[in-house]
Design a protein around this ligand. Structure first.
Ligand code: CP
Ligand code: NVA
Length: 304
């Protein structure tokens, strides 16, 4: 069976810790193995800055090569199936990283592929981001165990799902803070699965001040994700969940602020908080690189 990286639901605590240990080593400059002669296909159906650049740099630094494929300029745009694309890319490339609108399409790609597939973000999950975020929290707090991680805003999409899964597997306690409307609540199936595997607790809270009380980490994401409709309504509904100075007064004084980026300054987070000493947001962006090098080596060199 081919090992993919589609969601952290498929990875045990031990495997996640292994990837983090490897990422820490790689970040310190220690490289045991390279990916000489290996090629990563990077397929994008949605825009990207960090994912595209960090994966391409990761392959360059590991002495491999990456090919950027924009969905619209491939034959997928003229009706070639995702399965045929997977079979063809598998004949040329050693791994495929894909950013797709639906997670179902990613699963179809992975099922038809004979090389490892990495999720570069779907509607449901963004596991590469969460691995980089776990690395960031380990660096800043020295652990994930017993930390209170509060995710503010849209708990019904990729970033909350992956944060909830990854951090709770590593013994952190997760609070999702969102309006009670179905749109902003976690996908029930993913929520139940996350709870089943969680070592820490997971709960939903609707009151921002209560939620951030004693928080160690406050995380937020855009209110209008790629592929989501009704932008105006979403911005109105999520307004009370903004991460700002006033809200931070209710968290621990040493609480850190996280955001996967891209940010909409003045919406989900204020500029003063984003640029303050409590923000670790640009460390998160950097850590994507180190985390993804670990993923690539793990999948292509079977590190364990
Ligand atoms: N955080 C993240 O995945 O950023 P991009 O959309 O720029 O890739
Ligand atoms: N939730 C955001 C994450 C971007 C990295 C989106 O899907 O657009």
């Amino acid at each position: 069976m081919i090992k993919h990286f589609l969601t952290l639901l498929d990875y045990s605590e031990k495997e996640i810790r292994h990837l983090l240990d490897l990422a820490i080593k790689l970040k310190s400059g220690y490289v045991e193995e390279y990916l000489e002669g290996k090629t990563l296909a990077m397929l994008f159906e949605k825009p990207s800055t960090r994912t595209r650049v960090s994966f391409e740099v990761a392959m360059t630094q590991l002495k491999g090569h990456a090919i950027y494929l924009d969905f619209t300029t491939t034959q997928l745009s003229r009706g070639e199936t995702i399965e045929d694309m997977a079979k063809v890319l598998s004949r040329y490339c050693n791994a495929i990283m894909a950013r797709l609108y639906t997670h179902e399409t990613l699963e179809r790609l992975a099922n038809a592929s004979s090389v490892p597939v990495i999720n570069g973000l779907t509607d449901r999950f963004h596991p590469c981001q969460t691995l980089g975020d776990l690395l960031t929290v380990m660096e800043k707090k020295g652990r994930t165990e017993d930390l209170k991680i509060v995710f503010m805003g849209d708990c019904g999409y990729n970033m909350f799902h992956s944060t909830m899964i990854g951090f709770s597997k590593l013994w952190a306690n997760i609070v999702g803070c969102c309006p009670g409307k179905r749109d902003y609540m976690p996908d029930p199936q993913i929520y139940e699965k996350a709870k089943k595997y969680a070592k820490g607790s997971i709960r939903i809270e609707h009151d921002p001040e209560k939620a951030v009380k004693d928080a160690d980490v406050i995380y937020t994401d855009t209110w209008v994700s790629m592929g989501q409709k009704n932008a105006e309504q979403r911005i109105t509904d999520l307004k009370p969940y903004q991460v700002n100075k006033e809200l931070l007064r209710h968290a621990k004084p040493e609480a850190i602020v996280m955001h996967c980026l891209p940010a909409h300054r003045g919406q989900e987070i204020t500029s003063d908080v984003m640029d303050s000493g409590r923000s670790v947001i640009f460390d998160q962006a950097e850590n994507r690189l180190h985390a993804q090098k670990a993923i690539l080596l793990h999948l292509l060199k079977n590190t364990h």
